[in-house]
Design a protein around this ligand. Structure first.
Ligand SMILES: Cc1cc2nc3c(=O)[nH]c(=O)nc-3n(C[C@H](O)[C@H](O)[C@H](O)COP(=O)(O)OP(=O)(O)OC[C@H]3O[C@@H](n4cnc5c(N)ncnc54)[C@H](O)[C@@H]3O)c2cc1C
Length: 494
């Protein structure tokens, strides 16, 4: 196994896309599960901390070590099987999502989860339960995980499939590959009824595979993943619609969302407007992108990127969309409608560009990213949006708002110029998290908690719940070695 200790060579592993930085003294690059088992066993015996790394596109500092060593999954990068008949795939954790999706699509199959950044590893998308634009229709990564192989923090392996181990109310029991029975109590807290990636997934009578999905590397190292695939949709209607009024764009999204929820027949087919994604950009985001996208119509106050899969009744469905766009005063003549795959991809890239440019802006100033990842129930979304704008504008900070508005999820990214604005931005961030909590939402809909958002998880669920999460981790990791500092502060493990 390659081990790197030269500070220049390991520099890359002590930060992630949020610009959160840490430290470690070595990075290990195992090439198979046995090497991981050996390494974890050694760390468990010597009680040394080990942090698992994907490709470092995370936005919460989750893969960033605070001390000890890093286990990189980049050499576990093989697609082991794609079963076209039974529609599943088996992959190692270091497979790039982009490569996997391209390969699957070349076989007329489809893997829907699409965190906007496709340059990430599949193991990490499972560890963070990533989601993206298409989650609106298809749900998060969790919904596609059929089974996992995991190396637990004591070096034992666990093979766990969906429907294999189910909690009895909150009493849980799983059996490691060695035959050892691991029984424990699940924490009992109410998760918000929104898209959510904050803390452990815990529910009464839950499928216990779901505990590991989204656990941010704290319960084990994922070494193999079996994923559900579906048929590749025949055709996509994709459009970026520009509006003269933000209120019209929001009204358009709300109406499209409710049609999308209604227009599915018993065969799960769309019988009218049925979006697979509804993504929003505010005026500030459009201006921020203007230098790179000169074709953005002047004076646009908002834009919505939407997509729908169309297998039948193409004309009826596209006409229904045009009627809806007209109803909400969209500037149809200036809007972008995809003609073919190249346009579809460029619209996707437009959405990626806004997130990417914000990260670039922040790192150029040597600051950390300060962007909300909050979601609230649909009926509270307008309240979240308006009040968040009021909060940030009172401080006079520059910002952009975009995100997965179909799922009532908002990324409000502050654009601080310097340290003192960064401090203000953090106060705004904190106020918006509090607002989302008051509205019965989540402080993290998709990025997870990592090290950056622990304080807000504490506010969301309260200290008792966080202590229960820490006790749950100790069931699997009594020597406190794996991904320490993710989800909750280390002090809760003492
Ligand atoms: C421009 C941009 C846009 C983004 N948009 C989205 C978005 O729309 N939706 C979204 O969900 N995310 C988004 N992200 C965040 C990020 O892409 C995802 O969180 C992604 O899943 C991280 O993958 P990674 O390989 O980079 O993981 P890393 O950042 O390296 O690690 C993430 C976490 O996974 C753990 N981990 C990694 N591999 C394993 C393993 N094998 N076993 C156990 N734990 C493991 C790490 O310990 C860490 O806790 C975006 C990021 C960027 C830069």
């Amino acid at each position: 196994m390659i081990i790197k200790t030269d500070p220049d060579e390991i520099q890359n592993f002590i930060s992630d896309a949020s610009n959160y930085t840490g430290r470690c003294h070595a990075v290990y690059f195992p090439e198979n599960e046995s090497e991981i088992v050996e390494l974890i066993k050694e760390c468990n015996i010597s009680k040394s901390e080990i942090t698992v790394s994907g490709n470092g596109t995370g936005l919460t500092g989750a893969r960033v070590p605070e001390k000890g060593i890093v286990l990189s999954t980049e050499r576990l990068n093989r697609i082991l099987e794609i079963n076209e008949k039974e529609k599943f795939a088996v992959v190692q954790p270091g497979v790039l999502l982009k490569d996997f999706q391209d390969e699957v699509e070349s076989r007329n199959l489809f893997y829907p989860p699409d965190p906007t950044e496709r340059n990430c590893f599949i193991g990490a998308t499972v560890a963070t339960n990533s989601s993206g634009a298409r989650t609106f229709k298809y749900g998060p990564t969790r919904d596609y995980v059929l089974s996992l192989r995991i190396v637990l923090p004591n070096g034992e392996t666990l093979t766990i499939s969906r429907d294999q181990f189910r909690a009895d109310v909150f009493d849980a029991l799983i059996i490691a590959d060695s035959g050892r029975i691991i029984s424990f109590q699940l924490p009992n807290y109410d998760m918000p009824a929104t898209k959510n990636a904050a803390g452990y997934f815990c529910q009464k009578n839950m499928d216990l595979i779901d505990l590991f999905i989204g656990s941010e590397g704290t319960l084990g190292v994922i070494t193999e993943i079996k994923l559900k695939l579906i048929d590749l949709p025949y055709n996509i209607f994709s459009c970026i619609a520009f509006f003269n009024l933000e209120a019209d764009a929001i009204g358009f999204i709300e109406t499209a969302r409710s049609f999308s929820q209604e227009n599915i027949n018993e065969e799960n087919e769309s019988i009218g407007i049925s979006a697979r994604g509804l993504e929003f950009f505010d005026e500030r985001s459009l201006k921020f992108l203007m230098d790179d996208y000169r074709k953005i119509p002047n004076n646009s106050k908002a834009a919505v990127w939407f997509e729908q899969e169309i297998d039948k009744n193409e004309d009826d469905i596209t006409n229904a969309w045009f009627d809806l766009l007209n109803k909400w005063n969209c500037r149809i003549d200036n809007s972008w409608i995809a003609i073919g795959k190249a346009d579809e991809n460029s619209f996707k890239e437009f959405r990626h560009a806004i997130s990417w440019k914000v990260n670039e802006y922040i790192s150029q100033r040597g600051l950390r990213k300060v962007g909300t990842d909050v979601a609230v129930p649909h009926e509270s979304f307008r309240n979240l949006l308006q009040n968040s704008k009021d909060i940030v504008e009172t401080r006079g900070l520059d910002y952009v708002i975009y995100g997965h508005f179909g799922d009532s999820q908002m990324h409000l990214n502050m654009l601080p110029q310097n340290n003192s604005e960064y401090v203000s931005a953090m106060e705004v961030y904190s106020d918006i998290c509090d607002l989302a909590i008051r509205l019965k939402g989540t402080v993290s809909a998709e990025h997870g908690i990592g090290k950056f958002k622990r304080e807000y998880l504490l506010r969301m669920y309260g200290e008792e719940a966080v202590k229960k999460m820490a006790s749950l981790k100790l069931v699997f990791d009594p020597n406190k070695i794996l991904c320490i500092g993710n989800i909750f502060d280390k002090k809760y493990l003492d």
